[in-house]
Design a protein around this ligand. Structure first.
Ligand SMILES: Cc1ncc(COP(=O)(O)O)c(C=O)c1O
Length: 258
């Protein structure tokens, strides 16, 4: 999120800002929180990709009114099935969230308000409790691979590398580069047996399901441009260093031919 553009984006109707800590690194929260406080706007942090990431020494999820986490199996902190969590420092919200996840009930089979069935499965919770102490080790493995990519890809073609901003840590959920030759590079890597992903190919505001929001082509030009340039490289801590080197060699090879 480009927080320098927030001021322009906020209207009198804005009730909530939802920063997404994308790819594993925190949004620049200080100016965002300042603006939200000045305007009396709530903040819900999407920590799905950044569980454990630090911003100015504090964990993401601890800044907003609510922080939301996904423990979908592919996430850095992943369960063995669907799972997620919301956190809050506000006692009244805590009570309400507890209620909402259980049909709006507080007990006695009586709904105080319309809710959901959104309880965290106990088996998944038990798995996550075992995995939580391993999180830092998992991220160290990812960071090692990120450093190898950084070193091997710096200055190669028009490749722009991910940048870890001052005062932040990166969980390396994804290692996403940018290049004007994205589609051709992706094809080249696929031919070399290297799977890459586009996270994400279609910006939400251009998806049919969200047309009703009233945005269209050209509404978010930076997002639209980046969607055509981004490419996520293989990233998981068990990936042998030699495979990381192979990815680098394949990318270098591609740019030698262009
Ligand atoms: C940034 C972000 N927000 C939200 C979600 C949704 O999480 P879940 O699928 O667990 O509801 C995901 C991943 O699925 C995500 O990557």
């Amino acid at each position: 999120m480009d927080v320098t553009r927030l001021e322009q984006a906020v209207t009198p109707a804005t009730r909530c800002i939802l920063p997404v800590h994308l790819y594993g690194q925190a949004v620049d929260m200080a100016p965002l929180l300042q603006l939200a406080a000045n305007r009396n706007i709530h903040v819900v942090e999407d920590c799905a990709q950044a569980a454990g990431a630090l911003y100015q020494g504090k964990r993401v999820g601890s800044f907003g009114d609510i922080g939301t986490f996904s423990f979908y199996p592919t996430k850095v902190l992943g369960a063995y099935g669907d799972a997620g969590m919301t956190v809050t420092n506000r006692p009244e919200l805590k009570e309400r969230l507890r209620r909402l996840r259980f049909y709006g009930m507080e007990g006695g089979y009586y709904s105080e308000e319309e809710g959901y069935n959104s309880r965290l499965d106990e088996v998944q919770a038990a798995i996550l409790r075992l995995q939580l102490p391993e999180l830092d080790e998992e991220v160290r493995g990812r960071a090692k691979l990120a450093a190898i990519y950084d070193e091997g890809l710096r200055g190669v073609g028009d490749v722009a590398l991910p940048v870890v901003r001052d005062g932040r840590t990166h969980q390396w959920y994804l290692y996403t580069i940018r290049t004007g030759l994205r589609d051709a590079l992706m094809e080249h890597l696929a031919a070399a047996g290297i799977e890459t992903r586009i996270n994400y190919p279609t910006p939400i505001h251009l998806m049919r399901g969200y047309r009703f929001l009233g945005y269209g082509e050209g509404s978010l030009p930076v997002t639209e441009r980046l969607a055509g340039e981004i490419l996520s490289l293989p990233m998981y801590p068990q990936l042998p260093e030699s495979h990381g080197e192979r990815v680098i060699e394949a990318i270098r090879g591609f740019f030698q031919g262009h």
